[in-house]
Design a protein around this ligand. Structure first.
Ligand code: PMP
Length: 456
């Protein structure tokens, strides 16, 4: 892109485009980065810089960039039938086939699908379906959802309310009524002297305490991400999920797994629920479902819940124009076909995942890294001022932001949440690309350490 072209786009962007989760005034001054193309695990910016995208766009481009089969699947479906709704006793072939495919792939009795346009819409759908599920069984008081502090379930009103992000609650009068939050199993930040296993058990028991406080007869569901993504890739201790399963069953509280990040291979198995032995009644998916090539979300619903909804539930007063969009579903089917035919999830489990884990954990040797954690193809580095203490930097977020910016200069895209550097590369990343990722991360850590020392 010419200098003039870039400047014109930046001007138009500053004048007309509000970016999500962004200080727009600050960005308007600085000028946005313009991504121009992508190939495999790499994207290119306006100046032609090649960047290794270790964050898969936004945890979603699992098959990497530039897969022609996905573009062709979209083009074919658009030419045949670009759109039809699923409202008026209608459907399209890709919609039906994708519902059946998801039922085949999903664990347990999750055999029914409601389509949405995104992860947020999937979670909004879950809130309404679950409250309706209890109400039609004569239990309308079973209404309260329990989520977790710093959980992330999207940006719509219900999604942001179910999530536990304080900054989001401050805008728009959230959370809506009937939503409670408990603490997360964040051992590195909050575990103190407890072993990870003991801490995990304690944090699971916080759910039981909350249910007893509210009265089980008032609690509809518990919603959580198998691995808490946006909060900083919080990987729960092994003791956590089995206890959560037990508690939800004991108190007749529906268990909802938000697999918007974890679904479709991210944790080294098809679903995070399989990795952690979670037994959900409903599941939200999006992102990796189409590998981010088109927007699509879905709610997977277990047989017993679907039986009630489709039985005494009557007419479902819920749905989106784009529920079951044929082009999005065609792309999702092709994306799942590639994942299966190329055995990508298996490769992550047996080969590239363990290799990435080895290289990522070695970054834990760096003086700035207090913990290097990873599960499958998702991980984090906690940057700390003084190893082996797990205490945070005083002005949380500054060092993480610095490291992220330096990594970019090194040609590497990592995300920073406070001072945790987050990793979520395309699942197709090769061993040599993993080497490059690890080397660039180490250099970014070195330069960050030096910059901190110089600033003191
Ligand atoms: N749930 C989780 C766990 C997520 O990470 C996200 C998005 N990062 C969402 C829900 C919301 O999805 P979307 O942005 O597609 O609405």
């Amino acid at each position: 892109m010419s200098h003039q072209h870039i400047e014109q786009l930046r001007r138009l962007d500053a004048d007309h485009h509000l970016h999500p989760f962004t200080d727009n005034a600050a960005l308007a001054k600085k000028g946005t980065r313009i991504l121009t193309r992508g190939e495999g695990v790499y994207v290119y910016d306006q100046d032609g810089h090649k960047l290794l995208d270790a964050f898969a766009g936004l945890w979603c481009v699992n098959l990497g960039y530039g897969r022609r089969e996905l573009a062709e699947a979209a083009s074919k479906q658009m030419n045949e039938l670009a759109y039809y709704n699923s409202f008026f006793q209608c459907t399209t072939e890709p919609t039906v086939r994708l519902a059946a495919k998801l039922a085949e792939l999903a664990p347990g009795a999750l055999n029914h699908v409601f389509f949405a346009g995104s992860g947020s819409e999937a979670n909004d759908t879950i809130l309404r379906l679950v409250r309706h599920y209890w109400a039609v069984q004569g239990r309308p008081e079973k209404f309260i959802f329990i989520g977790r502090q710093n959980g992330y379930h999207g940006s719509t009103v219900a999604g942001a309310s179910l999530g536990g992000m304080g900054a989001m609650h401050k805008q728009g009068g959230l959370p809506i009524p009937g939503i409670e939050h408990i603490a997360a199993p964040y051992w590195f930040g909050e575990g103190g002297e407890l072993s990870a296993e003991e801490f995990g058990r304690q944090r699971a028991l916080a759910l039981e305490a909350k249910i007893l406080e509210l009265g089980a007869e008032n609690v509809a569901a518990f919603i959580a991400e198998p691995i808490q993504g946006a909060a900083g890739v919080i990987i729960p201790p092994d003791s956590y999920w089995p206890e959560i399963n037990r508690i939800c069953k004991q108190y007749q509280v529906l268990l909802i797994a938000d697999e918007v990040i974890c679904g479709f291979g991210r944790t080294g198995q098809w679903f995070g629920s399989q990795t952690f032995g979670i037994e959900p009644d409903l599941m939200a998916v999006a992102k990796g479902l189409t590998s981010g090539y088109l927007p699509l979300g879905a709610v997977l619903i277990s047989d017993p819940v679907a039986e009630v909804l489709a039985g005494q539930g009557g007419e479902l007063a819920h749905g989106y124009t784009y529920s079951g969009h044929p082009v999005c579903c065609a792309v999702a089917l092709e994306s799942l076909r590639i994942l299966q035919d190329e055995r990508i999830v298996e490769r992550c489990a047996d080969d590239t995942g363990p290799y990435l884990a080895e290289r990522w954990r070695a970054l834990g040797e760096h003086p700035l890294v207090g913990e290097a954690r990873i599960c499958g193809m998702v991980g984090a580095l906690e940057l700390v001022p003084r190893k082996p203490s797990r205490a945070f930097f005083a002005d949380r977020g500054r060092v993480g932001g610095l490291c992220r910016d330096i990594a970019l200069e090194e040609g590497l895209i990592l995300r920073a949440t406070w001072d945790a550097m987050l990793l979520s590369p395309p699942l197709v990343i090769s061993r040599s690309e993993i080497d490059e990722l690890a080397e660039k991360t180490w250099r970014a850590l070195d330069r960050t350490e030096k910059a901190i020392a110089e600033a003191i």
